[in-house]
Design a protein around this ligand. Sequence first.
Ligand code: ZN
Length: 277
Amino acid sequence: MRRVTLGDIEITHVSDGTYYLDGGAFFGVVPKVLWQRRLPPDDMNRISGGMNSLLLRAGKHTVLVETGMGNKLPDKMKQIYCPQEKLLESLAAAGVRPEQIDTVINTHLHFDHCGWNTVRRHGQAEPTFPNARYYVQKGEWEHGIRQLERDRVSYISDNYDPLVSSGQMQLLEGDQEIVPGISVKVYPGHTRHMQAVMIRGGRQTMCYISDLIPTTAHLDLTWVMAFDLFPLETIESRKKFYAEAIPGKWLVAFTHDPATPWAYLQMEGNRISAQRV
Ligand SMILES: [Zn+2]
């Protein structure tokens, strides 16, 4: 179990396990002859993606960033994605019970990022983390409930609507501090309102950049996923991100990297590479 400390904040890598993604969709317009050298696909052209979450212990707060795919997917989707449903085990291994989590941050509401927000009990979706306040951007939720043809498959109401109705999920409007040392910052592109999570302590910064840069194989500016709704904005957001993250020596957490939950970034010539820690 990987752990790092920034000042007073302890960060532990927890995971919902891996799932399958189509390699072509994962790398968009990038030719397969190029991406397959970085992440080799299986004979069905699938890549095994990670679902990395962060457990943060910050003062009196216990914070969970992202909740993976969960255990409520319909059977057909389970066959496609083969989720391992490991997040609660992973939290237990880190010494945390669901009731101890007081804050949950979702970067956006795609089903592979907020699945464990709720579990089904007696046919009802109920909060997995009963004592937590959940946070997401209001614009992200408004987009999800529109159920547009392009991406409605990614937005599953039971992952968030019961929490919004009960007031347990807070809808944010823009960048904001959530608890001392932990804030969110909107980076449009993957969706218009996807938020990264910034963790600051001991004069260091860590950023959970989520699907703006899903793995260390996606660091090139133009290696943008086909899922992204606004690919030109992804590139602009990445430029802004790199302009701060590289000189600022940010530790960067990668949501879907199966091997590298976090790394430092460095410029080598005009290529950005990950320096694993
Ligand atoms: Zn996503």
